[in-house]
Design a protein around this ligand. Structure first.
Ligand code: NAP
Length: 490
């Protein structure tokens, strides 16, 4: 019998890998990471679509303790980011702790332990569960009539079909979030014709992509402070602070500045007036997650590219019929239609104390105290869980902040000092009330639809900036937790 705290991590994406490598450095724990896929990387494993990159500067989209001097460009391509996470798994020798092809179907708190059941019938149990199962994971397949009758290839962006006709073919892309915009930008030079079905146009923040030279990479290797200067320097941090000020106060000068930039981008980049008006959103900038792109406006002005802002009536075997009767003949139809963002770890059935499930407690919308803990679910902590910070910044930073917080909760359990810890109902309710009140004041609540909103139209997000988040998460308020004494049962 071990006297170590046994931690089971669910998910081997960015957050799960972070948890794993931090747990290797922690005394008094044993752990495993369970991953349902056949490889690590999470979102960067699943997403392989043309044009995939991260619109957060690459040097800011790394673990803070593992800078990467070799990023090929200011905004790293998706495949390179996947390799970065794979290299971290190698470097920290995490493979022996990772179980691939291991889908957790049930997760039950019984007799002071978490009991996990897997799709293949295996079981395991542990003292603590870290749910690192991602947010943008379960594809949203739109209920468009006739979709199943399409004779060409159709698939969700996260499930790219390499056999689909794209080059010199007639391609349609439904959806103009960050994903659709990246795909359209990439395919605009490859497809014979390209229709971007964009029922709600987006504001576009211009960015300039460029490759790093060999000399620059050598400088980054020789002097890591040059990387820090990009990540922590005034320029990038200033952008973040201005963005936070804007999001949290839609009447601020910072918001006016963002609005001016995106409006000017539209005015100066789109030459044809009719197209410009078609692309002009009728809601405030940053209400939906801002699209960062230096390519999209150019892409939609290429010959053979058509932006369709009308309503889709039906998908027919040979293409898409619009409500106005017009028809787009297609060989391939890509669904860049986003994700079912209210799922989180579900459909895994998670049952806490007294038989209460996450489905019960999240019957209205998923939420958690500081996005980490839920009352009645002892020793169950989430990374990038519901109602956490979202926006145009690195979720790696968010996960690291949350991990430092979770480690302090693990300290409470260390050495069997306590059996369990979970936020109290009272603290959870008070926190949620504050969060919702503040979230209603953000730009996300100024009258657009987006994946940030819950079923009541309230932003399901951390309502302040990242510095406030780091400050609030620096030390758990243990009075907000129910801590049960007793030796961990095994
Ligand atoms: P999304 O932002 O949720 O966008 C989904 C798009 O599909 C929207 O344009 C939506 O239109 C459209 N849509 C959904 N159902 C439809 C239907 N039935 N008919 C027509 N259109 C429909 O999804 P996403 O683009 O995959 O992006 C999700 C998030 O992933 C982003 O916000 C971002 O956080 C992350 N992401 C990040 C990067 C990056 O570079 N960092 C890249 C890609 C994605 P409506 O707006 O009208 O609903």
């Amino acid at each position: 019998m071990s006297d170590k705290t046994r931690v089971l991590v669910i998910g081997a994406g960015m957050s799960g890998i972070l948890a794993g490598l931090k747990l290797t450095q922690r005394a008094g724990v044993e752990f495993l990471i369970y991953e349902k896929a056949d490889a690590v990387g999470g979102t960067w494993k699943y997403n392989r679509y043309p044009g995939l990159s991260c619109d957060v500067p690459a040097h800011a989209y790394t673990y803070s303790f593992e800078p990467n001097p070799d990023w090929s460009a200011v905004y790293a391509p998706g495949a390179e980011i996947r390799r970065y996470f794979e290299s971290i798994v190698e470097r920290y020798d995490l493979k022996p702790f990772i179980r691939l092809n291991s889908e957790v179907t049930r997760c039950e708190w019984r007799s002071g332990q978490w009991h996990l059941t897997f799709a293949d019938g295996r079981v395991d149990h542990g003292d603590v569960v870290i749910a690192a199962s991602g947010v943008l994971h379960h594809p949203n397949i739109p209920a468009i009539p006739g979709l199943d009758d399409f004779a060409g290839s159709t698939f969700h962006s996260t499930d790219w079909d390499d056999s689909a006709k794209v080059d010199d073919a007639r391609v349609g892309v439904i959806g103009c979030g960050s994903t659709g915009v990246q795909i359209v930008s990439a395919l605009s030079t490859r497809a014979r014709s390209l229709v971007h079905f964009c029922r709600t146009p987006q504001w576009i923040m211009p960015i300039r992509q460029r490759e790093y030279s060999q000399q620059e990479k050598a400088s980054f290797r020789a002097d890591p402070e040059l990387i820090d200067a990009i990540r922590y320097g005034d320029k990038y941090q200033g952008v973040l602070r201005r963005f936070e000020a804007a999001v949290t106060n839609p009447d601020s000068p910072q918001m006016a500045e963002i609005e001016q930039i995106v409006r000017e981008n539209l005015e100066t980049s789109v030459r044809d007036e009719a197209l410009r008006e078609k692309l002009r959103p009728n809601y405030r900038a940053a209400c939906k997650r801002l699209i960062f792109s230096g390519e999209y406006y150019e892409a939609v002005q290429r010959p053979g590219v058509f932006v369709e802002t009308g309503a889709i009536e039906v998908v027919e075997p040979r293409g898409v019929r619009m409500r106005d009767g017009s028809f787009h003949a297609l060989d391939t139809l890509v669904l860049a239609t986003g994700f079912a963002v209210d799922r989180f770890i579900r459909p895994t059935r998670v049952t806490g104390e007294n038989g209460v499930t996450l489905d019960d407690i999240w019957s209205r919308h998923p939420t958690a105290y500081f996005a980490v803990s839920v009352p009645g679910f002892p020793n169950f902590f989430m990374l990038n869980g519901p109602s956490g910070p979202v926006g145009n910044f690195s979720l790696i930073d968010v996960a690291e902040t949350q991990w430092r917080y979770i480690e302090q909760l693990l300290d409470v359990l260390a050495g069997g000092k306590a059996q369990s810890i979970a936020v109290t109902r009272q603290a959870f309710d008070a926190y949620e009330q504050w969060r919702v009140t503040e979230a209603r004041k953000t730009v996300f609540a100024t009258g657009c639809s987006s994946w940030y909103l819950d079923d009541q139209g309230v932003p399901n997000t951390w309502p302040k900036g990242l510095p406030e988040f780091r400050e609030a998460m620096s030390k758990p308020v243990l009075q907000d937790y129910e801590i049960k004494a007793g030796v961990l049962s095994r």
